[in-house]
Design a protein around this ligand. Structure first.
Ligand SMILES: Cc1cc2nc3c(=O)[nH]c(=O)nc-3n(C[C@H](O)[C@H](O)[C@H](O)COP(=O)(O)OP(=O)(O)OC[C@H]3O[C@@H](n4cnc5c(N)ncnc54)[C@H](O)[C@@H]3O)c2cc1C
Length: 485
């Protein structure tokens, strides 16, 4: 019998697991994907919003503001890249100034520090902005984060502290066993009993909840398409952009933004279109053009020749609008974490804190684990080290002297270190998300063959069995001579 089963290993499930790991509890996290954070958590803008725009009094406002404050300590403990770059919400016409003033009022009601800037002050911060700028709202507490490693390191830390993680396992059905007051969770691999269920299944959270009882919401996926620019100016004194730039928000949300990322790239997007297919992560020429056009209104000189990739993510928006963080009606021990669209990433640590220390606390005895270690073992990142530090490491282990990804300057030593940790690394994509191998200009063209061979050696399997990502995503069909197609 488990104390808690967490369904979903996105950022919400990961931070719930880590919070639960602080207590003497038997916790199991289940995800249908081959890696943690493989759905919405890996395809977003990666902004730790300040909380300047959610409607005051909503769960979005409450948890965004609290979550933002928790990020510096969280990322320090989990060794995750976080940068406090601040955001600018731009008014491009006189007509937008009243809306900017209204936004300032909302920010102040939410308890968020903001500053109204004149066009001159705006250009001092971002000289490449459109000459049409009439003013801006500066939010100094906005940050950017590495979302891939946030979820991975949070779960690594949870597993190091006793949580069990099952990947490639889909929850198929859940039954409440009234006489025993527990849930039976049937998955593609097994059946488990648990006293408490935390439903953090993102795009599928309504389907999971419906397995147990009727619900009064539905998930209506909203697609956001993006462009990624290379870190073309990484070594130049003057960067293209330092702040996150938002247009004025609309009914569709915060709008199409431009931002640096923690890896030195630039992200442009997202669009906002409702879709019916929860597994459609395609991008289209039309929407990408729409994104480019909107971005050019803010910065006319965006160097689109530096684009190295487009991608899309699906927001798990709900018909209720706000986050849904509450027990299912008539089921106090089944807690929904649904409709967690933006700012879910920014809100995630505060949501986890509330759910565990307020809701779960009323259901189970929470005995503090005395030996809980909040820190993950530091990741060796050669790109960030001084020449002296690098040389010292290479002296200890020559693998740190062998670069295996030229675009992102990643070494074999870093890959070996990753494989020695507690989370299973089952795919090429899992390595890509953590170390950035394949994220650069070559998009894996040069480095991927090495990674395929490495995984084949590591797991002692044929190279044709190595997967890019999910079941069926094998990269190599067979050797040229032995192939019978
Ligand atoms: C375009 C876009 C831009 C965004 N930008 C930002 C931003 O800048 N800042 C911000 O704060 N937020 C942003 N967000 C929102 C943020 O990404 C989400 O709130 C957050 O990632 C949600 O995490 P999650 O864990 O709830 O969902 P997910 O990451 O989707 O995790 C849910 C997990 O449940 C698993 N699962 C589902 N069904 C089953 C099943 N039956 N059995 C087992 N496992 C299952 C899935 O495989 C998945 O891994 C953005 C979202 C999008 C799409």
């Amino acid at each position: 019998m488990k104390d808690v089963i967490v369904i979903g290993a996105g950022v919400i499930g990961a931070l719930l697991a880590r919070e639960l790991a602080k207590y003497e509890l038997d916790v199991l996290v289940i995800d249908k994907e081959s890696d943690v954070g493989n759905e919405t958590t890996m395809a977003n803008s990666a902004i730790i919003h300040s909380g300047y725009d959610p409607k005051p009094g909503t769960l979005k406002a409450r948890f965004n503001v609290l979550g933002n404050q928790m990020f510096p300590k969280l990322c320090e403990e989990l060794d995750v890249d976080l940068k406090n770059n601040g955001s600018l919400t731009i008014a491009l016409s006189e007509e937008e100034i009243p809306a900017l003033l209204k936004l300032r009022k909302i920010a102040l009601l939410n308890g968020v520090k903001v500053e109204l800037l004149t066009p001159i002050e705006v250009f001092e911060k971002e000289p490449l902005l459109s000459k049409d700028v009439q003013g801006a709202l500066f939010a100094p507490t906005a940050m950017i984060v590495d979302p891939f490693n946030l979820v991975a390191h949070a779960l690594e830390n949870a597993v190091d502290n006793g949580v069990i993680l099952h990947l490639n396992e889909e929850v198929k059905n859940i039954q409440f066993i009234k006489e025993k007051n527990h849930y039976e969770v049937m998955t593609s691999n097994n059946t488990y009993q648990s006293k408490v269920i935390l439903n953090a299944a993102g795009l599928y959270s309504d389907k999971i909840a419906k397995m147990v009882d009727e619900i009064d919401f539905e998930i209506t996926p909203r697609k956001g398409e993006y462009l990624i620019l290379d870190h073309f100016d990484q070594y130049l004194e003057k960067r293209f952009l330092t702040h996150t730039i938002f247009p004025m928000p609309s009914k569709k949300g915060k709008g199409i933004l431009l931002s640096p990322t923690t890896s030195g790239n630039y992200i442009v997007g997202p669009s906002s279109h409702f879709v019916s297919d929860r597994s459609d992560f395609s991008t289209s020429k039309e929407t990408i053009s729409e994104v480019q056009l909107a971005a050019k209104k803010l910065i006319p000189s965006v160097p689109f020749k530096e684009v190295i990739r487009t991608f899309s993510g699906l927001r798990a928006s709900s018909t209720r609008g706000d986050f849904i963080i509450e027990p299912l009606k008539n089921h106090p021990s089944f807690i929904n974490l649904a409709g967690i669209d933006s700012p879910g990433l920014a809100a995630s640590p505060a949501i986890a804190d509330y759910v565990v220390n307020d809701l779960v606390k009323g259901l189970l005895t929470l005995k503090v684990k005395k030996d809980f270690n909040p820190y993950v073992r530091k990741y060796p990142r050669l790109k960030k080290m001084s020449v002296r530090e690098r040389n010292e490491l290479i002296k200890k282990d020559a693998a740190f002297g062998r670069i295996i990804c030229n675009c992102e300057k990643v070494t074999l030593g870093e890959l070996n270190d990753l494989m020695s940790r507690s989370l299973p690394i089952l795919s090429v994509k899992a390595i890509k998300k953590r170390l950035r191998i394949g994220f650069g200009k070559c998009q894996g063209g040069f480095c991927q063959p090495f990674i395929v061979k490495y995984l084949s050696n590591y797991y002692n399997i044929d190279i044709s069995e190595v997967k890019y990502d999910k079941v069926g995503s094998n990269i190599i069909k067979c050797s040229t001579k032995g192939c019978r197609l």
